[in-house]
Write a protein that binds this ligand. Structure first.
Ligand SMILES: Cc1ncc(COP(=O)(O)O)c(C=O)c1O
Length: 408
């Protein structure tokens, strides 16, 4: 067991002996690229030519008028290639894999966005690709499974445990232990053993660096608050990285699911249901019972129902360097409907958590205040879940007719 990469008391690298050399190699190679400005330039060029960076910062004029409070801007990570911020991390790790000379990548995915981004990167760079995905998520994010397979990835439905993201992570680690010579594990969020939290946050910091430059160009001042949803924490870490001055309040928004009191949620930092523990190779707040068994989690957003949280965010929470809130599934659907109708923008269910919290706070803020909401992804992938939640009768009719055609 190696023991470094701590943020306060959180983090570390609790990995099996057999993976220690692999982690050492990864850290060594990561340190090299981090210190090499040429790598960051190569990465920025790739993201510019392949992934639509810099993503725009959109002024949400209609929402601003609607709430009559803070001026609302949206950082458009949904416009990345593959529809989410996940591309930032995956393409960066892809360039790293090329340097390390490995030929195969594996990944875990919840909402499927990270899996699609990894399958895309593997297709572009010519790597073999296997994606582990909980059986429950395979069902609720079927369109993303379809795309991963079309791009040549093997999607392995995980039938262990509660068959969601945490179980997919366990399976990915099992694979890595067996195939570490040829394989790199493209971890999708700012969690897991060191150096993953630091590495993923570094690739995602492009969000905050751009957003800072863009808001200064446009408004000649910094925002009052910035909002990001928190699953594992990668888009939040990315956005917050641009606003670490202390003058800007960073707000992370977790999933309150069916309500904190119901116990059916995924709130690790702002419920009393989580406690500090070590699992999946690192130390953080986990939703677990007194025996250390992971609890079931719930969120309408597949990407937010993870049992752990970035050790960097856990540390920021304890030090009061960021504020964490949680919003319910119902509040998320209301925020999504308002955003679609008033701005013509369709946020992913994950991102809509950040919108919902911002909408609670914007009306009480002054018209001199500015807020930035990170739209971590676009909602296309969620069409089935959103249509169900809204109860749209014509969509239901369409699905029934389509099913009829297949049955005919
Ligand atoms: C669009 C989108 N946003 C947010 C998340 C949550 O992940 P993180 O907290 O690492 O940004 C996911 C995860 O799948 C996602 O697909």
């Amino acid at each position: 067991m190696i023991n470094r990469g701590y943020y306060g008391t959180f983090g570390g690298a609790f990995v099996p002996e057999i993976l220690v050399a692999t982690f050492d190699e990864l850290e060594r190679e990561f340190r090299k690229i981090k210190a090499d400005p040429a790598f960051w330039n190569e990465y920025r060029d790739l993201m510019g030519s392949y992934s639509c960076r810099p993503t725009p910062l959109t002024y949400a004029e209609n929402l601003t008028k609607h709430f009559k409070g803070a001026k609302i801007y949206i950082k458009r990570e949904d416009l990345n290639h593959t529809g989410a911020h996940k591309a930032n991390n995956v393409m960066g790790q892809g360039l790293l894999v090329k340097r390390m000379g490995k030929t195969r990548v594996i990944a875990e995915t919840g909402a499927g966005q990270h899996g699609v981004a990894t399958a895309t990167m593997a297709a572009k760079f010519g790597f073999d690709c296997t994606v582990y995905m909980g059986e429950v998520d395979v069902k609720r994010q079927r369109p993303n499974v379809f795309w991963m397979e079309q791009m040549g990835a093997t999607v392995v439905p995980v039938t262990q445990g509660s068959r969601i993201l945490k179980d997919a992570i366990n399976e990915a680690f099992r694979d890595w232990v067996t195939n570490m010579d040829t394989t790199h594990y493209v971890l999708g969020t700012a969690c897991g053993p060191h150096p993953f939290p630091e590495m993923v946050s570094w690739f995602q910091s492009i969000i905050g660096k751009e957003a800072r430059r863009q808001i200064l160009e446009r408004e000649e001042r910094l925002p009052t608050r910035v909002y990001a949803c928190v699953g594992g924490g990668s888009n939040a870490m990315g956005l917050f990285a641009g606003f670490t001055d202390g003058d800007v309040e960073c707000v992370g928004v977790e999933a309150a699911g069916r309500g904190i009191a119901s116990g059916q949620h995924a709130s690790r930092l702002c419920s009393n249901d989580a406690s500090v523990g070590v699992a999946q190779g690192y130390k953080t707040y986990f939703l677990q019972n007194s025996d250390g068994q992971m609890n079931e989690t719930h969120s309408i957003a597949a990407g937010l129902d993870y049992v752990g949280v970035s050790p960097i965010l856990a540390s920021m929470h304890e030090k009061g360097e960021a504020r964490f809130e949680a919003v319910t599934d119902t509040e998320v659907i209301e925020a999504l409907k308002l955003t679609m109708k008033s701005e013509g923008i369709i946020p992913a269910l994950e991102s809509a958590h950040a919108f919902a919290q911002a909408f609670k706070e914007a009306p009480a803020m002054s018209t001199n205040d500015i807020i930035i909401i990170n739209q971590s992804g676009r909602g296309d992938k969620d069409i089935f879940t959103i249509a169900d939640a809204i109860g749209d009768p014509s969509w239901r009719k369409f699905i029934m007719e389509k099913a009829g055609e297949y049955n005919a």
